[in-house]
Design a protein around this ligand. Structure first.
Ligand code: ARG
Ligand code: ZN
Length: 877
């Protein structure tokens, strides 16, 4: 039966009736029957209130208060809850003994086994699967953890904090370790790991001269693949000191790589647990993108030590308080380590691909939601990525110094506390004297604001007037909205490509190069403008909005060639491509001739060949919008087959018109020498591979042959996968042998096989559905491993537009069956997969009806998890 879930509301928040000052945990580990003894120092905030502790699938063995067993009439225990009816009114010690079964834990929340190693995942509500507890982020306690296990099975015993004791247990084959974490923390940051793991050691000296031991644990034999993660960790630690003045605070920092993990990684205090794909890398197994991802996630989890651990969330509605801020911090770190301009383009690509569709569909929610039925479903692109954009805007509005002053005050005021967005914003308002009340709407109003711009130049008066309007579309539960504070970074580009000066700007809201759009409509008149400008708006994507500039293709081509802002050059190229592809999609649908304009294609080649520009930037320009990007921009009555057809026509034109030039470019930039993951060489590989991808649009044997040759001669994963991906994503025959070779090469390497599964799933042919079905029983696939599932099923539903959206609905049916099955063992991963339906309402009528049917079939199941129930209900609403 579906678990009843009553929605939780922000407005219902109440401080806890009890505080827990210290927690002493004792784990006696065994695969199917682990015993946990929890000693909790309880302090009543509301003396006499019943003590209601959360649980989830835990078995109560014993319970005592102040070392005396209490009669069973004094409490009520279910697997979900433990209520002590009349606890002492004075502080008391509560001891609870529970039994859990890590081996049977397929949800991968709480204590579970991954490849025979014990590990935990407690965020958001996993700690209650270990023991009964006040499992909420505003209950902060100091933890001491003793772990005892078989010495042979688990030579390594880890928990949060510093190790204070350990040794053999005489007369047994078991041993133990005791860890103490002096920093009060909420239960979601608890972690324990035990197993037979390899270790890579290093150290770091903090800015005040303290020596910190750095340990990365992984599967035996994979130690060499941890080198890049270790390097990224040390760079992250240094960066947080210089960029934010934040120093590490324990004697040791540990990372454990596990292969079964629901998410990317987890910031448990002093003991981060990672999905191994964000730790392990070498040139043969990881692409440049994987290296960049590792750097980002290592940094992200490390930065949580201050933004998340030292200062945490009062309740789960405040999730963006730590996540949006920490994503912003990791983005800034990577920008400083790599090319800022290119990093911004990459981050915006992610935002557009993941967050914009969320905001435009039935799952839209504010950056700070006000209600949830299942908190696991709110680890979303909106909370993370739009949350980071909100911080970025805050910085744009307050300036570098104001932002830093606000951050400093936040750390100073709230260290050791569990706080809210209000507390966060107050630090900035107080540090700078600015009123952030309108800005705060970014946290409560969902939906992507739409900005329109219209400019008029008056040659006689030498004035340029720019009218900006904003509106925010309705989203679930929010029909009408107020104007937001939108920082629009801008330049007025003159005929020679340089920004024009102006003597004054009247009409309000202009500060340096930022227009503060705060009204529904605002007109700014720039005086002393010597020539007609082309406005370059939203430079660096200064706000997460859609903007319609009404610029002609000529003006956009001009910006593509000249804008001083690299981001807007890229944006111009994307705009032109999208507009072209939208028109072409309409042409395909109505059976009309191609309307493609070669001017854009020529401009692409020109930028790609411009050696004065960074290769990584040129690679971004050459990455034409994908089918999902086009669908998103069309927004309604979407026909994925027509979109694919239009894109094919453009690819054919690109190949015929500039294919030769691009092949030469690929040739001359592609041979970078010995592999190194640094940003500059990665940029050259990216350019070569992006150029190569644009040479095959006519399926010319010579062009395909070149790709096959590249696949065969590649000496690193980046080039090998790029070539293979060209063969697979175009559905070329040659993919079959190449995929076979690839699979064979990575036979014993799950992370390599994930790439293979993914590419099998994206082949845009009718045969793919059967292939994917068959692969679900392939030995390389596993129904218990989230990475395999995300690669094959996530790849199919998320990246194969034409085959997931087959006109006969067979893609949806297969997917629905899969989700229903997976939901029984791993609800969190099932619910996350199901999000692939988030844009179903934008489909053309035929597919929409079939998608709805599949969704209704899922909804009709009476044994859904609360996770999947929540997603399917909101998706259908
Ligand atoms: N806090 C983790 C991170 O972003 C993510 C954990 C999400 N866990 C979950 N059960 N949804 O670094
Ligand atoms: Zn995070």
């Amino acid at each position: 039966m579906t678990k009843e879930t009553t929605p939780v509301r922000l407005s219902d928040y109440r401080a806890p009736d009890y505080a827990i000052d210290t927690v002493s945990l004792d784990f006696s580990l065994a695969p199917t029957a682990t015993q946990v003894t929890a000693q909790l120092a309880m302090r009543p905030n509301t003396p006499g209130a019943p003590l209601v502790l959360d649980g989830d699938e835990v078995k109560l063995i014993a319970i005592s208060i102040n070392e005396e067993y209490i009669p069973s009439s004094a409490y009520e225990a279910t697997p979900q809850q433990l209520t002590i009816k009349a606890p002492p009114r004075e502080p008391f010690t509560l001891e609870i003994v529970t039994e859990i079964n890590p081996k049977a834990n397929t949800k991968l929340m709480g204590l579970y086994l991954s490849n025979g190693n014990y590990c935990t995942q407690c965020e958001a509500e996993g700690f209650r699967r270990i023991t009964y507890f006040l499992d909420r982020p505003d209950v902060l306690a100091v933890y001491t953890t003793r772990i005892e296990a078989s010495k042979a099975a688990a030579p390594v015993l880890l928990s949060n904090g510093n190790r204070i004791d350990g040794g053999d247990i005489p007369g047994t084959t078991r041993h133990f370790a005791v860890w103490h974490d002096p920093f009060p923390k909420p239960s979601y940051l608890f972690a324990a790991v035990a197993g037979d793991l390899g270790l890579v050691e290093d150290s770091f000296t903090t800015m005040s001269g303290r020596e910190v031991a750095l340990h990365i644990y992984c599967e035996h034999g994979k130690e060499a693949r941890c080198a890049y993660a270790m390097d990224a960790l040390k760079r992250s630690m240094r960066w947080d000191e210089t960029a934010f003045g934040r120093e590490y605070d324990l004697d040791i920092f540990m990372i454990v790589a596990v292969s079964d993990f629901n998410m990317g990684a987890m910031e448990n205090k002093g003991l981060n647990v990672f999905n191994d794909k964000y730790v392990l890398a070498d040139p043969d197994i990881a692409t440049d993108a994987d290296y960049a991802g590792i750097e980002t996630v290592i940094a992200h989890e490390y930065f949580h030590n201050w933004t998340g651990d030292r200062i945490t969330c009062r309740d789960w509605f405040q999730l963006c308080l730590k996540e949006g801020l920490t994503v912003f911090r990791d983005q800034e770190f990577s920008s400083d380590e790599r090319s800022r301009g290119v990093k911004r383009i990459a981050d915006v690509r992610t935002l557009l691909a993941r967050q914009f569709p969320e905001d435009a569909g039935p799952l839209a929610h504010p950056v700070r939601p006000e209600v949830y039925s299942e908190i696991n479903n709110f680890y979303t692109a909106t909370v993370y990525d739009k949350g980071a954009e909100v911080i970025r805007m805050l910085k744009a509005i307050l300036g570098e110094d104001g932002f830093r002053a606000g951050m400093d005050l936040y750390f100073e005021r709230h260290d050791g506390q569990a706080v809210t967005i209000e507390d966060f914003l107050a630090s900035f308002a107080d540090a700078t004297g600015k009123d952030l009340s309108q800005f705060k709407l970014w946290y409560s109003q969902a939906g992507t604001p739409e900005v329109t711009a219209e400019g008029r130049y008056d040659a006689r008066r030498q004035t340029y007037s720019l009218s900006l309007k904003q509106s925010i579309p309705p989203t679930p539960g929010q029909q009408t909205k107020s104007p937001m504070h939108i920082p629009v970074r801008f330049g007025l580009v003159g005929p020679n490509g340089a920004d024009l000066a102006f003597t004054s700007a009247t009409g309000g809201g202009v500060e340096d190069d930022v227009i503060h759009l705060t009204e529904a409509a605002q007109t700014i008149v720039f005086e002393g403008v010597s020539a007609p400008p082309v406005p370059s708006l939203l430079r660096g994507f200064s706000a997460p909005v859609k903007i319609a500039t009404g610029l002609s293709q000529t003006d956009q081509l001009f910006l593509l060639r000249t804008d001083a802002d690299a981001f807007n050059r890229w944006r111009a190229s994307q705009q032109i491509a999208i507009q072209t592809l939208i028109a072409e999609t309409a042409a395909v649908r109505s059976g009309a001739q191609s309307k493609l304009d070669p001017a854009f294609v020529d401009a692409l080649a020109e930028v790609a060949e411009d050696d004065s520009l960074e290769p990584a930037f040129r690679a971004q320009i050459l990455q034409l919008p994908g089918e999902a990007d086009i669908a998103r921009e069309i927004g309604h009555d979407v026909d994925p087959a027509a979109i694919a057809g239009a894109r094919k026509r453009l690819m054919a034109m690109v190949a015929s018109r500039i294919g030769k030039r691009l092949a030469e470019l690929a040739e001359r930039t592609g041979n970078v020498g010995d592999y190194s993951p640094d940003a500059a060489s990665a940029g050259r590989r990216a350019l070569a591979n992006a150029a190569l991808a644009l040479t095959v649009g006519q399926a010319a044997p010579e062009a395909i042959g070149r790709v096959v040759a590249r696949f065969e001669s590649a000496d690193n994963m980046t080039d090998r996968l790029a070539a293979l991906s060209i063969l697979a994503s175009n559905g070329f025959e040659e993919r079959i042998a190449a995929l076979e070779t690839f699979q064979d090469r990575y036979r014993d390497d799950p992370l390599g096989l994930d790439k293979w599964l993914m590419l099998e799933a994206v082949v845009p042919l009718e045969t793919t559905l059967d292939r994917v079905k068959a692969l679900t029983t392939h030995p390389a696939f596993s129904l218990t491993n989230p990475n395999r599932i995300r690669a094959l099923i996530g790849g199919f539903a998320g990246s194969n537009q034409t085959q997931f959206n087959r006109p006969d609905g067979a893609g949806y049916d297969f997917f629905a069956d899969f989700v229903l099955d997976l939901d029984k063992r791993n609800p969190q991963t099932a619910a996350r997969l199901l999000v692939s339906f988030r844009s179903w309402k934008a489909l053309e009528a035929g597919r929409r009806a079939l998608a709805e049917k599949a969704l209704r079939r899922i909804a009709a199941s009476d044994s859904l998890s609360s996770d999947t129930r929540d997603i399917v209900t909101r998706t259908l609403a």
